[in-house]
Design a protein around this ligand. Structure first.
Ligand SMILES: [Zn+2]
Length: 377
């Protein structure tokens, strides 16, 4: 499944219909939220009954409303999973109109017409900028971003299965805050820190917004200005991430990344903004769909171990140079980490190949070995 994003150009009437659909979905969302806990089936059933008592709901495509049940159900599951992992969790909050920005057509109720427009049931034909061909559409999500509307079209695609992966064209990538990435070929990419650079204009814009009277014309203007700033940051970051991920997927067959536990890392508030600003998660997901093969490995001690002799050289975050007193290796800290990631990755690959030959015999030793090397497979 792959998502493509297209700009929509609704007419004034269609835009009003979009907003009405958002309102309808939000109404259902809040109604169901009030009656939790409910299973997905309960919610679906409740929805069918609601359509009888609340006739305005019949103005919307039924699958769109069903997706609201799905949305709540997924959020509930995510909360439960977090709780299970020992995180503190709250309750789902009521959706306010300013943060409820998308509705979804699943399986049916949409089409791309012959004149290259997006047709949506109950809404009609909408002008769309189709910058690529789409087929096998499974889902269409209509999304509002500031004043703009987008369609996120989910397509099922068949990928050629590459059987032979050349491990010579492999690379380990270490991601960080001071530098965005450093790879095992010594190539380094700085961190553009898009959010940090725009922090002052952002502060100014949100200060202006807070001084305006809510609902006034000037309030709306200030709000739009703030939204545009956020959009600019997002666009710049995405552009950067697309270019970097493209570079790696083009030049390498096998990419080893460290497995990050960003959720844990963002608990440190001084680091949280820098981490989220860098976009590691997005980078990982872009790589996964672009590259031939991406393997994640556990990043324990990658910056401490010496990549040449395995000696442990503990250092704080501030120490940028790796100096091994055993083998006299002097190397950039992140370069050393990238080399470690590559070595562990290649080792894990060897283990996998061995497993394919004699799975029963090696299962135990593999487990022990992977525990020792900290490789997640
Ligand atoms: Zn060493």
């Amino acid at each position: 499944m792959r998502n493509y994003k297209f700009r929509l150009y609704p007419t004034a009437l269609q835009e009003r219909q979009f907003v009405e659909t958002l309102d309808g979905c939000r109404w259902v969302y809040n109604y169901l939220l009030d009656r939790q806990p409910l299973s997905r089936e309960d919610m679906q059933f409740m929805l069918t009954e609601l359509k009888i008592t609340e006739p305005f709901l019949r103005n919307y495509h039924s699958k769109v409303l069903q997706m609201v049940c799905h949305q709540i159900d997924t959020a509930n599951k995510a909360l439960r999973a977090l709780k299970k992992n020992g995180h503190k969790i709250g309750k789902l909050r009521y959706a306010r109109s300013e943060d409820y920005n998308s509705f979804t057509y699943n399986q049916s109720g949409f089409d791309i017409t012959i004149d290259n427009k997006l047709w949506l049931s109950k809404i009609g034909k909408i002008a769309i900028r189709l910058h690529r061909k789409v087929s096998n559409i499974k889902q269409v999500k209509v999304k509002r971003e500031g004043k703009k509307w987008y369609a996120i079209i989910c397509c099922q695609i068949t990928m050629p299965i590459t059987k032979f992966v050349d491990s010579k064209k492999s690379v380990g990538i270490d991601v960080g805050i001071t530098k965005f990435a450093h790879d095992s070929d010594g190539h380094e990419i700085g961190n553009p820190q898009f959010l940090k650079k725009m922090l002052n204009p952002l502060k100014r814009a949100s200060r202006r917004l807070s001084r305006r009277q809510k609902g006034s014309c000037n309030y709306e203007k200030a709000k739009t200005r703030l939204q545009i700033l956020h959009e600019k940051i997002r666009n710049k970051r995405n552009d950067f991430l697309h270019k970097v991920s493209r570079y790696y997927s083009k030049h390498y067959d096998l990419i080893f990344l460290e497995k990050l536990r960003v959720l844990n890392m963002t608990k440190n508030h001084s680091l949280a903004r820098a981490i989220l600003d860098s976009g590691w998660i997005t980078f990982g997901s872009m790589l996964r769909y672009k590259a031939t093969q991406v393997i994640e490995i556990l990043a324990t001690n990658t910056s401490i171990d010496c990549s040449k002799c395995g000696n442990k050289v503990p250092k704080s975050l501030a120490v940028r140079i790796h100096r091994c007193n055993k083998c006299q290796l002097v190397l950039d800290r992140d370069y050393n980490a990238a080399l470690n990631i590559l070595q562990r990755g290649l080792k894990s690959l060897l283990l996998m190949e061995r497993e394919e030959v004699t799975p029963v015999e090696t299962e135990r030793s593999l487990k022990q070995e992977s525990e020792a090397t900290g490789i997640v497979r």
